[in-house]
Design a protein around this ligand. Structure first.
Ligand SMILES: [Zn+2]
Length: 425
């Protein structure tokens, strides 16, 4: 058995229920699941023979971070500034994704992407690949080598994008079908149905995607929704018969409780009703929304309508894969609208809420019997962070400091199923 001791352990059972252990430990059983989480004094008594690691007096152990919306190939052009969404796609995102048609480029890029995810403390991600099936398979293989959890699919598009990225809808869907058959049983890397968004989809592509969605309703479906006003106008023009943007998805039977819709900044009341009806999740990507100037997402409005929300980095429009940075952006976006999120709520959004959206019932929270997916942050070399952690009077304030001040370089260890997928040393 393996035991990790940390100065503080934080975990959320919900947006309002925060568990904290000062001088806590996490013990991993032989089945790679959490055997014990609690005070070190108790853990020591129960498991004296476990192999103990003490992470030190400025360490924090938390559930592994969950990124519910990220574009693998865009790791190459993250931080490309100066454009709003539709021009940004054309000028920066599509050219980056095109390069992944080349196997050597893809292999090199995926290594960088997988390493960046693991070293950011992310243990589980919903990933848009590029449109190439071969490149998507090599991405899945690379994420598997690293030991991460992910939902990955080729990006389906058959119009309004550069030619090599689009192809006949039937060919794309039959390729996706092969990929699903090959990877469906994998314990950590799951195939996903990934439609870029409505403007790059013909009616034929939507219908064929709908068929495969019906057949594999347990897979994660990913797409974008209502990110900018310009995009919404375009959708209205392309699909005038549908009541609204969300209805294009629901009318094609693409929505269920495994559907993740990225952004959703400009959702109307009817659209929220539809998302609630189908129990689909909205993935808020605040760093991306700020960077592209897309708009301010109202978490309060969406949550009050009964629709589940989790967070995504949306790299490359988002500028960091480190989910506490994304949580910080979420805090700022809500604060600008007069709504102040608690630190427990922020931690929940990047852990348990993400696992829930991805249909992963046994991770996202640290508790006995759950998968041992966790991250250890270490503030020892950073006096600003470590003093702030040490001097905070309340755990909520301590957690706020960690989420607001920590950086990717504070990640010391990332584990999935109790196994190290990244170790800073
Ligand atoms: Zn995106």
């Amino acid at each position: 058995m393996i035991a990790h001791r940390a100065r503080w352990i934080f975990s959320c059972q919900s947006a309002t229920k925060l568990d904290v252990w000062e001088d806590g430990c996490l013990v991993i059983g032989k089945d790679s699941r959490i055997a014990f989480v609690g005070p070190t004094s108790q853990g020591h008594k129960k498991y004296p023979k476990a192999q103990w690691t003490d992470h030190g007096k400025s360490s924090v152990l938390m559930p592994g971070f969950v990124d519910c919306h990220v574009h693998g190939p865009q790791i190459d052009m993250v931080g490309s500034a100066g454009q709003t969404l539709l021009r940004w796609l054309k000028e920066f995102a599509y050219p980056a994704e095109l390069k992944y048609q080349n196997a050597a480029h893809a292999n090199k890029g995926w290594k960088k992407f997988a390493c960046a995810l693991a070293s950011s403390g992310t243990t589980h991600a919903a990933v848009y690949s590029t449109s190439s099936l071969e490149a998507t398979e090599s991405l899945m293989a690379e994420l598997d080598r690293w030991g991460l959890r992910a939902h990955v699919g080729p990006v389906l598009m058959d119009r309004h994008a550069p030619r090599p990225l689009i192809g006949p809808a039937s060919r794309q869907i039959s390729g996706l079908q092969q990929l699903i058959k090959k990877w469906k049983q994998h314990p950590r890397i799951k195939p996903s149905i990934v439609l870029r968004f409505v403007p790059t989809s013909t009616k034929t592509l939507l219908e064929l995607t709908s068929k495969i969605r019906q057949k594999y309703s347990d897979l994660i479906f990913q797409s974008h929704l209502a990110e900018t006003q310009e995009e919404i106008k375009w959708v209205k023009k392309l699909y005038p018969k549908h009541r609204n943007y969300t209805a294009v998805y629901s009318d094609h039977e693409l929505l269920n409780d495994r559907s993740l819709l990225g952004h959703g900044i400009y959702l109307e009341r009817d659209e929220l009703k539809l998302l609630k009806k189908f129990r689909s999740s909205v993935i808020h990507c605040p760093s991306s929304n700020l960077f592209l100037g897309s708009g301010l997402f109202s978490l309060k409005k969406v949550r009050e309508s009964g629709v589940a929300v989790a967070l995504g980095s949306d790299v490359g429009a988002g500028t960091s894969l480190f989910m506490p940075s994304v949580a910080r952006s979420a805090y700022e976006v809500q604060a600008l609208q007069g709504h102040f999120l608690s630190s427990a709520e922020l931690l929940w959004l990047i852990t348990g809420a993400g696992s829930k959206a991805l249909g992963q019932k046994d991770s996202g929270t640290l508790a006995r019997g759950m998968a041992a997916d966790f991250v250890v942050l270490d503030g020892a070399y950073d006096p600003v962070l470590s003093d702030r952690m040490a001097n905070a009077k309340k755990h909520e304030d301590r957690l706020a400091a960690i989420l607001m001040l920590s950086h990717q370089s504070h990640v010391k260890l990332t584990c999935v199923d109790g196994k190290s997928v990244y170790r800073r040393d």
